[in-house]
Design a protein around this ligand. Structure first.
Ligand SMILES: NC(=O)c1ccc[n+]([C@@H]2O[C@H](COP(=O)([O-])OP(=O)(O)OC[C@H]3O[C@@H](n4cnc5c(N)ncnc54)[C@H](OP(=O)(O)O)[C@@H]3O)[C@@H](O)[C@H]2O)c1
Length: 321
């Protein structure tokens, strides 16, 4: 099969597109002809060998990509949920290729109102935003939610999911264009996280009370503003550490305000499947739509990585195969 891969860490130039052996599905897997996938920030980390994700020197070439939209071409012996030919969306690994194996438990019918490109934008970012807001923070209608980095894959889903749940959204981003896009998606207030004091602006907007929930995946640079922005009994959910994983945690402030600090990741398949199913329902009801910034053919994988590194996009960078 044709695949995008790298054999040693480095800049985008280490990425190649070529032939690799076809993957084989296990008993509980499906084999999917990938039509679209997308880039997640973790693809950059794998390529760089940063953020604790490194490829062992003896490992086979690393094929990035966790998001799959395509057609089922074969099923494992214990799978009876999908016929061959079904159009599906799935959360797995090694998706930047013509063929990918995915657990049947994390594979769902592609919503009829989604193209393959939109489907390929959904799984990792969308599932993470849904799990952070609905499973961890357990947001309720009428609550105020602060979402850092609105232009990210996770942020672009989180704004819409929080709005669909009846929350008021305050979002941050790093440029005027992204702030406008955040407002278009439903943020009532949009704050530049490089040029404005986020905590002061949040205090203004909430009449000094602060927000009920903060969703973050930036890490170190926004930690202080996140903690200062939380109302009493506030919930903080971390989904990533793009710009640093070390923070200065003041335990006194945590207990005095009754703050809850939670994480969201890939704890188990059942939780991931539940989050995917919940998100897909919102997409089918048109309450949430994947935001596709741009589509590249698989052959332009290095260009797609460079765009993600520049952070000059809003939503998801999609690869078509
Ligand atoms: N827990 C999980 O299972 C899970 C799943 C998906 C993603 N993640 C993690 O979540 C993070 C986001 O992933 P993604 O794919 O959505 O990323 P992405 O689309 O590449 O977005 C990254 C965002 O980070 C913002 N950013 C970078 N440096 C910043 C800084 N110093 N201050 C404020 N914002 C900054 C950028 O905003 P501006 O350019 O506007 O500043 C950009 O919008 C990654 O760390 C990823 O590994 C975790």
């Amino acid at each position: 099969m044709r695949a995008a891969f790298h054999e040693k860490p480095g800049p985008p130039d280490v990425l190649q597109v070529g032939e690799l052996p076809d993957p084989k599905p296990g008993a509980r897997d499906v084999l999917i002809r990938v039509r679209a996938s997308s880039l997640d920030r973790v693809d950059i980390y794998y390529r760089e060998g940063s953020h604790g994700v490194t490829r062992c020197p003896l490992c086979p070439p690393h094929v990035g990509g966790r998001d799959i939209a395509g057609e089922v071409v074969a099923i494992g012996a214990e799978v009876d949920t999908f016929p061959v030919g079904a159009r599906v969306v799935s959360s797995s690994f090694h998706a930047h290729a013509e063929l990918a194996v995915a657990p049947a438990a994390l594979t769902f019918p592609l919503p009829p109102n989604c193209s393959f490109a939109e489907g390929g934008a959904i799984p990792t970012a969308g599932r993470t935003a849904f799990a952070a807001l609905m499973n961890q923070a357990r947001i309720k209608a009428g609550e105020d939610v602060l979402i850092f980095a609105a232009g990210s894959g996770v942020g672009s889903f989180a704004i819409q999911i929080a709005r669909a749940a009846g929350c008021r959204v305050i979002a941050t981003a790093g440029s005027a264009d992204k702030l406008e896009r955040a407002r278009d998606l439903g943020a009532e207030c949009a704050i530049n996280h490089y040029t404005e004091d986020v905590a002061v602006r949040v205090a203004e907007v909430t009449n000094g009370r602060g927000v009920d929930v903060v969703i973050d995946h930036v890490g170190t640079p926004v930690w202080k503003a996140a903690m200062l922005s939380l109302a009493p009994w506030g919930r903080f959910v971390t989904a990533g550490v793009t710009a640093g994983h070390r923070v200065d945690l003041h335990l006194g402030q945590v207990f005095v305000k009754g703050t809850q600090i939670m994480g969201v990741g890939r704890p188990d398949e059942a939780e991931m499947a539940e989050a995917m199913a919940g998100l897909l329902r919102l997409i089918e009801r048109r309450q949430v739509r994947p935001v596709v910034h741009v589509t590249f053919p698989l052959e332009a994988i290095a260009e797609a990585h460079r765009l993600m590194e520049r952070s000059d996009f809003f939503g998801k960078i999609v690869l078509t195969v």
